[in-house]
Design a protein around this ligand. Structure first.
Ligand code: FES
Length: 162
């Protein structure tokens, strides 16, 4: 993770490119998007700095950051697992695969990242390769015709790289 002074610089730089924009709400969302794109999530020091720049309370910034699903307050894991829940994948039991992933990675309900910070699991609607359903994607690797039975061996490949 970036250190606090680095985070401040990133927010300051982002603010410079949005400071003349109005109204405040659209500026705030664009600013948060820009900061998140650069850091990968929105750490607390970044939210504090945004609040200072916009001269609004930190609780206001936090309420916006938690309202929109696009914003993350925690970092993503080193590997991002995307599981398709579109119709073709759902028919192919993608829910079982998702449950298996969450169980193997010990990710709690309402969380998306393993406790060791190695994996983040996200669900999407159709990756666009329905003929290979059900599909999971890990970083840029696609696993078609996936099954919950294959999950341990697939995860082991990435664990060996750690
Ligand atoms: S529904 Fe999963 S790839 Fe299309």
């Amino acid at each position: 993770m970036k250190d606090v002074s680095n985070i401040m610089s990133i927010v300051d730089e982002a603010f410079e490119s949005f400071k003349d924009h109005r109204p405040l709400d659209s500026t705030l969302i664009s600013l948060l998007q820009d900061v998140q794109n650069k850091i990968g999530f929105l750490p607390e020091p970044a939210l504090q700095r945004v609040a200072k720049h916009l001269n609004v309370s930190e609780s206001r910034i936090l309420s916006v950051a938690t309202f929109y699903h696009q914003f993350r307050l925690e970092p993503k894991g080193k590997h991002v697992i995307t599981i398709c829940q579109g119709t073709a994948c759902h028919v192919g039991a993608s829910s079982e695969i998702y449950d298996s992933l969450m169980r193997h990675l010990k990710i709690d309900t309402h969380e998306d990242t393993s406790p060791d910070g190695v994996f983040t699991v996200q669900q999407v609607r159709c990756i666009g390769a329905c003929s290979l359903a059900p599909i999971i994607k890990i970083d840029n690797d696609i696993y078609g015709k996936a099954s919950y039975k294959k999950i341990p061996s697939i995860l082991a490949r990435y664990r060996r790289r750690e």
